[in-house]
Design a protein. Structure first.
Length: 314
């Protein structure tokens, strides 16, 4: 006897099924993508939406899909933040990236967190041909892992051993006149940095190391041996950014259509804190969401409330 049972109709389940089916029929999402986003199998979703579910927990599936719909609706009600804002700092970073790319040299961009280094690098990578960006991390600090991460970005089905991996990446980059950006490069150990230096020289690409102040002090600090001097001497352009600029805040305020003097002063105070422009953008997104929910314009009071909420201050 079949274990497949016909689901009994109830109001909550009907609501969830109807909403999901409407989204699928309109082409806003596929059934397989819906399954992935709620961490259920495609067969479970199919059986559920067709009101036939094999020995499953109907309440659990209904709850998961209900939560997914609620989150989707919440995102739709939120104010969409402005896209990439070309601040003064962003222009400074873009210039360094373009120089390394065109001149096929090594540049280092370093400094405070939250001033837009990563966002600007992503914008450059998305807007230019033959530009590849990877992110170093504690688990991706050595030669093999760094090269493997780069091979994935290059679309290679590369081996995991250092020698063959290095040769395959080199062949792929040769003659591309491309640019490799390594974000969070302060995580890289010296052998990985030296491998990237040699790769840059052999292939004639541009290379940009991006990170906090440590990425620079690694090259100039206490371990400044002859080896580090060899690497440091090949850095053609060094860009240190140690705090958000007042003009950066003005550009972000303009992007959000904020022109009130007192509100802009508040934005500057927020940007002066650790996290700088990242914290500022997070605050503005939350304030805009609150404003949207209340049906009011973004203002100083809402920005203060959003900042307090993010900082956990009562």
């Amino acid at each position: 006897m079949s274990n497949v049972v016909t689901m009994e109709r109830n109001t909550e389940m009907d609501h969830v099924i109807n909403q999901c089916q409407t989204l699928i029929e309109s082409g806003e999402i596929t059934q397989s993508k819906l399954a992935r986003e709620v961490s259920l199998s495609a067969s479970v979703i199919s059986q559920y939406l067709n009101r036939r579910y094999d020995n499953g927990n109907l309440e659990s599936v209904t709850e998961k899909l209900g939560q997914w719909l609620a989150m989707r609706n919440a995102k739709r009600q939120s104010i969409v933040a402005p896209g990439f804002v070309q601040t003064q700092t962003a222009k400074q970073i873009l210039t360094a990236l373009a120089y390394a790319h065109a001149a096929e040299v090594i540049s280092v961009i370093f400094g405070a967190s939250g001033v837009g280094k990563t966002t600007t690098c992503r914008e450059y990578a998305q807007s230019n041909n033959n530009c590849w960006m990877i992110t170093a991390s504690p688990s991706c600090s050595g030669i093999a892992e760094c090269l493997y991460e780069l091979s994935l970005e290059l679309g290679l089905d590369a081996p995991r051993r250092k020698g063959p991996l290095s040769r395959q990446v080199k062949r792929r980059l040769m003659g591309t006149s491309g640019l490799v950006i390594v974000d969070e490069a302060d995580h890289l150990d010296y052998p990985a940095m030296e491998e990237l230096r040699i790769l840059q020289e052999q292939t004639g690409i541009g290379l940009v190391l991006v990170g906090n102040n440590r990425v620079y002090t690694q090259l100039t600090g206490g371990r400044r041996t002859e080896d580090f001097a060899r690497l440091f001497s090949r850095i053609a352009k060094k860009v240190g950014i140690h705090k958000a600029k007042q003009n950066d805040v003005s550009a972000i305020a303009a992007a959000w259509a904020i022109n009130d003097t007192n509100t802009i002063k508040l934005l500057q105070q927020i940007a002066d804190r650790p996290g700088a422009l990242r914290l500022l953008n997070q605050t503005l997104r939350m304030a805009a969401t609150i404003a949207n929910g209340k049906g009011t314009a973004l203002n100083e009071e809402l920005i203060r409330a959003a900042f307090k909420d993010l900082e956990g201050n009562e």
